[in-house]
Write a protein that binds this ligand. Structure first.
Ligand code: C5P
Length: 394
């Protein structure tokens, strides 16, 4: 429930992406937001008000002259109650009208009368987006302090390919959550490792650790929502990169080491969440090992670099945070790791609860002592971890 208690006006304008606004509304409501929908006349040609009424549990407003408000001032009442107006999809025509301060329908009037921020997610044919008139309008909207979400590039409903697609509802949801998050890491650059590494034995076999990557990805997302510029160096996992996060894919610990070392100089905070393999195969075979030749193959292991310890030992090292997943003796092992790697903060968890779930239990260990966080979803724990880090880095 990352939007609990937030009052959002969802403006829907005329474009085929209007059907995706129904899914967006569902996602916002699922996160606890209280959503009031206002549609332009054009939008009602693509989707009916009934769809949005059913999903929001509220009457939908389309008409400036709607008699349902006792004072006949729907535009004032609805926008005054909002923490945010989000227009998705925003058509080229709607953007042009906002630029000129037009108040020729209910949504435009609400936007003009608002005293809350406005986010818009444009959606239009690529020629309409590229048209100099639209581009001038985009610049003016940005100059007026309006935040633009997208558009994305890709296949369009008209069959053309280019820039102008509305961001997907999940991506818009992420941006809205980020919008409401306190920007405790604004201006900071954060480098995060996540997932397992894979150490090849031969071209098809390897040694790996069990790690879904969910914790590292949740930390990356929370850091980005806190306003940081985030790079995620990720081992092989089946997850999408969080919105706005740069992701670098790696396979082995050596790849991960190289990717981290190439980027660490510009980093303020390094968070090692990856389950890095401690050893790699020294005698990895070039071709697939065959069972029927030569008996049980000898696998010779050599130690991998400790990425976190190496980063922490650099001159001018970033603020370093480690993770310790233990099956017992959490405090003793986590504290020993913190000292050995010479890092200020380590987040420990007992792996008794299994791998790969959405929930976790974390205990933070730093110079000030032991800080158990209440058990909860990885998203919430990540936010608390980011707050703890931001307090430490100032
Ligand atoms: O040494 P151990 O693997 O128990 O410590 C875990 C912490 O160290 C994690 O933060 C992990 O990302 C990091 N680590 C690393 N490079 C390694 C091994 C662990 O960065 N080779």
């Amino acid at each position: 429930m990352e939007l609990q208690g937030k009052r959002i006006v969802l403006g829907v304008t005329g474009g085929i992406a209007a059907y995706k606004a129904a899914e967006l509304l569902r996602l916002l409501a699922k996160q606890g937001a209280d959503v009031q929908v206002a549609m332009t006349d054009g939008a009602t040609h693509f989707v009916t008000t009934t769809t949005f009424q059913a999903l929001s549990g509220r009457p939908v407003f389309t008409d400036q002259w709607d008699g349902r408000m006792p004072n006949a001032m729907a535009h004032i009442d609805l926008s005054r109650q909002a923490d945010l107006i989000l227009v998705a999809p925003a058509s080229a025509d709607f953007m042009a009208r906002v630029v000129h301060g037009m108040a020729d329908d209910l949504l435009a009037t609400m936007v003009l009368a608002r005293d809350c921020p406005l986010l818009i997610a444009p959606a239009m044919n690529r020629q309409m987006w590229e048209n100099p008139a639209t581009q001038r309008n985009v610049l003016q909207l940005l100059a007026d302090g309006i935040k633009m979400l997208g558009p994305a590039s890709g296949e369009q409903a008209c069959g053309e390919v280019g820039v102008g697609r509305m961001l997907e509802p999940e991506e818009i949801l992420e941006e809205v959550i980020a919008f409401f998050s306190p920007k405790v890491l604004a201006g900071k650059r954060v480098l995060i490792t996540a997932g397992p590494t894979f150490e090849a034995i031969d071209p098809v076999r390897g040694i790996t650790n069990r790690s879904s990557g969910r914790m590292g990805y949740a930390v990356a997302r929370a850091a980005r929502q806190a306003g940081a510029e985030v790079t995620l160096v990720s081992g092989p996992v089946g997850l999408d990169a969080p919105q706005g996060v740069e992701r670098i894919n790696v396979l082995s610990a050596l790849d991960m080491h190289a990717a981290v070392m190439a980027r660490v100089a510009a980093t303020d905070i390094f968070i090692g969440v990856a389950a890095v393999a401690d050893y790699r195969v020294a005698n990895a075979a070039e071709h697939k090992l065959k069972k029927d030749t030569g008996g049980i193959p000898p696998i010779e292991l050599i130690e991998n670099p400790d990425i976190l310890a190496e980063v922490a030992a650099l001159e001018g090292a970033p603020y370093c945070v480690g993770f310790a997943a233990e099956s017992r003796n959490l405090e003793a092992y986590a504290q020993a790791k913190r000292r050995k790697k010479n890092i200020p903060l380590i987040a420990g968890n007992l792996i008794q609860d299994g791998f790969g779930g959405d929930d976790n239990r974390l205990v933070l260990f730093d110079d000030a002592g032991v800080h158990p966080l209440p058990p909860g979803p990885k998203s919430v724990l990540s936010r608390q971890l980011i707050e703890h880090i931001s307090a430490a880095v100032g």
